[in-house]
Design a protein around this ligand. Sequence first.
Ligand code: GDG
Length: 501
Amino acid sequence: MTAPVRPWLLPDLPVVLVSHRGPVSFRRDQTGARTASRGAGGLVTALTGLASSLPDAVWVCAATTNEDVAVAREHGDQAVAVALEPKPRVLDQADPADRPGDQPAYVKLRLVEVEQQAHDDFYTVIANPLLWFLQHGMYGLAHAPRLTRREHIAFEDGYRAVNQRFADAVVEEVTARGGRALVMLHDYHFYLVAQQVRERCPEAVLSFFLHIPWPGPDAWRVLPPAWREQLLNGLLGNDVVAFHTEGFARNFLLCAQELLGLPVDLQAMTVDLGDRQVAAHHYPISIDVAAIRELATSAEVAEHARGLREAFCAGDRQLVLRVDRTDPSKNIVRGFEAFATMLEDHPELLGQVTFLALLQPSRQDVPEYADYLAEIGAVVARINASYVREGHEPIDLRLQEDLPLAVAAYRVCDVLMVNALADGMNLVAKEAVVVNTHDGVLALSEHTGAHQELGAFAVTLPPVRHPAAGRRPVCGPDHGPRAAPGPPRGGRLGGAGKRPR
Ligand code: GDG
């Protein structure tokens, strides 16, 4: 029997990176000119640095806009070299000034075109919401999920079909590299790819990294046995399956044991398939500390920080911050309700504390996400109407993507609220602790991967109970950083910044 492969001992292999979203996506503006924008979200943040630092890497991702499709077709559905800095753009192969090696940062993108209906089924029915909700423990089983004929068709013609399409693209890229490559598959969209690639490229080394939680066997029993067995067997096509935390890796092994009847070794963290072993590892993902510090000291961030201080931090006033995609797993509505409870219990804070919510609308083609965004708007309007004092509204909700503004807010906030119901890691928490300059408080859900590293330096939030219920508030005169300047460091953003990233 072959022992598990250790991909990090194979530095010379070319890399084929696979994720649903890529680091750049293309559109047309009103004038008809092509535009390119950098992708948001934790996975893209985490992988862009990696992909742009490897000499022979290709990033396989979905062509999610019409213009992505146009770019892919112009290049015969082959990989396209894209410069990332100073602004993303397609490099012109015929122009010597555009040589990829001369760029400060570039990636090779293989944009995979998928038939619209198949992609909708794959994305808006199976990956989000079904797998996302299941893996974040968000279903109340009395009502959901409902696995009707629609979901069964979506699993076959959407999820399986798109995984097949991506497996074909990966096989082409591996074959173009002589059949030997390190394939790095990412996230819940692609549980079925490895098994298919292994059959056709037996010399490829296959690894999978999951950015979200992996729950224990009982959660997976919600799915029909044929589905969960396909998903697990698909993942076991990898040499290594990796997670943010040891608990998620252990849950995966328990699923292999209980749902597939396979022997597992919980000490060695392996599954025994007879002719080979699959390893389950955990790698708590890091942020790019140098890059976030550099951004935090840029002129643009300094300008934003000045504006935020003036608007929210004058005198004794304090700023509570959250930075999130509008994802129900981030528990945004409960966070606002908890803030309202704090204002109710501590009217002396009215006008003194503002909750700045920098939210990026996410997955609006999925009904559950569109509904959640509407709910966020409604709860903010209600709380602001109830607690407005002399023109000061307690919540400042901004639905926009603006990373420099978010980083400026990390710098000046007094409290960062991360109350996710569940989160594989949570990079926002890690970023804020590195750049905050206000001796702020990290209020961190115990159900984030980040809590394992930063919990000792945070105020721990149980995400379903109101954080304000039964305890003193995390801001205000009793807890405000400026009112309590000395030790202890526990709960302070600055103290956590000295921890592993
Ligand atoms: C998934 C998992 C896991 C924020 N505002 C903007 C912007 N951001 C960046 C942040 C941060 C990223 O987005 C969000 O990352 P998170 O980790 O907090 O959350 P998810 O998007 O849910 O990430 C998560 C992660 O994958 C990595 O494995 O930690 O558990 O759910 O880096 O700085 N980016 C841009 N504009 C903004 O306005 N471009």
